[in-house]
Write a protein that binds this ligand. Structure first.
Ligand SMILES: Cc1cc2nc3c(=O)[nH]c(=O)nc-3n(C[C@H](O)[C@H](O)[C@H](O)COP(=O)(O)O)c2cc1C
Length: 366
């Protein structure tokens, strides 16, 4: 278990409809005023990171989408400590453009930008914008080259690279990012190809929600592979958090979200998501085994089961930490008010439990 405190991130609602495919009332908005205030509340309430989303179009929910790099910059400008992770899709973005954009944002914001390289799962979106759709594992081969190119541009002068997807000739980026050696590189995706990529090049591996046992299996696999490659990678897990004063209240909210799920939209999302994990050669990865109820939250966030009283939620977070999780990526029904509730009622309990565990470990070591 890491000696560091577990970190918290939240999904930036820069797309409409919140983070559940349900008609339930959500006091969450995708506009910039709501998001600036949310980012400020999040940093005041102990959140370390915010993650913006990339989506060019949507056939279900998420009808409106703000572009994440521009949005990330706006949130960084409105905050002082929070790190904001901008999602980027290889294909529409090239590494040269991304490296330049992010280096400038890093310079303008005192070194607080990070990037999430996502490999794409939504074929309809690529078709709509006239981008070629690569088959599953090819998408990860391209993402890996993208990450290698980003690192090369950010850390060396006269960068030369001969890949199958990208080429660089003696390229020197000036100025480089403020953060050394470079802004943190996250990746989304959990198939075999995604894990192998993380074990070679990513700083962080983000995966869909899952049980503690399911997460442990991924963590063990990825850490063993990374060690064999002389690389180290941290792990972030998605969770839709419903913390309420009583467990009954929290469970009732979950039941209501699912009761009001929009079946046509959930099925459309489930169909599109078959281009992800299920399309991988091994048939694993994100959404490969998701039920209708799981799909109501875009990234299987109910499965992590951070649903209950503050103490129950805190105990489950610490259980995740004990199997090697470094960060919980959270989503909420009513973001602003629930981020505050989390900071006030859940986070102090997490820190207490972490201290207790550290003291126990120390006592055992003596
Ligand atoms: C935490 C997280 C965030 C993601 N963010 C985005 C995003 O903003 N846009 C997007 O198109 N895909 C996003 N993805 C999808 C992944 O990039 C990937 O395409 C998907 O998880 C399928 O991966 P797999 O087939 O390797 O399991 C995200 C995935 C995760 C786990």
């Amino acid at each position: 278990m890491s000696q560091e405190t577990i970190k918290f991130a939240y999904w930036v609602p820069n797309v409409s409809g919140g983070l559940v495919v349900s008609k339930i009332t959500q006091r969450t908005s995708w506009d910039i005023d709501y998001n600036r205030k949310l980012a400020q509340l999040a940093e005041q309430n102990g959140f370390d990171y915010a993650l913006s989303q990339i989506r060019f179009t949507a056939g279900y929910g998420a009808e409106f989408q703000h572009e994440p790099v521009a949005f990330t910059h706006a949130l960084l400008a409105a905050t002082t400590k929070l790190k904001v992770i901008a999602a980027i899709l290889p294909g529409p973005w090239t590494p040269a453009v991304a490296a330049k954009q992010l280096a400038t944002i890093d310079q303008l914001t005192g070194g607080r930008v990070a990037v999430n390289i996502v490999s794409g799962w939504f074929k309809g979106e690529f078709t709509a914008i006239g981008e070629p759709w690569l088959e599953h594992d090819e998408r990860y081969r391209r993402s890996e080259e993208f990450i290698r190119a980003l690192k090369g541009i950010w850390t060396t002068d006269n960068f030369t690279f001969r890949g199958d997807f990208y080429r660089f000739n003696n390229y020197t980026l000036k100025p480089k990012p403020l953060q050394q050696p470079h802004p943190e590189i996250f990746q989304g995706g959990s198939s075999r190809a995604a894990r192998d990529m993380a074990s070679r090049v990513s700083d962080w591996y983000f995966t869909n929600g899952n049980t503690v046992a399911g997460i442990k299996a991924q963590v063990d696999d990825i850490r063993a592979k990374a060690a064999a490659n002389g690389h180290s990678v941290k792990v972030g897990v998605n969770a839709f958090i419903i913390a309420r004063d009583t467990e009954a209240e929290a469970r009732a909210v979950l039941a209501e979200i699912i009761a009001q799920a929009d079946p046509a939209a959930v099925h459309a999302f489930g169909d599109a998501a078959r281009q992800a994990g299920q399309a991988s050669p091994e048939g694993e990865g994100n959404w490969a085994k998701s039920s209708f109820e799981d799909l109501v939250q875009y990234n299987d966030g109910f499965k992590t089961d951070l649903i209950g009283t503050p103490r129950q939620v805190a105990e489950r977070i610490v259980a995740l930490k004990q199997v090697g999780v470094d960060l919980v990526l959270s989503a909420f029904l009513h973001f602003q008010e629930e981020v505050e509730y989390f900071g006030r009622h859940v986070l102090p309990l997490v820190r207490e439990l972490e201290d207790e565990l550290a003291a126990q470990a120390e006592a055992l070591a003596v």
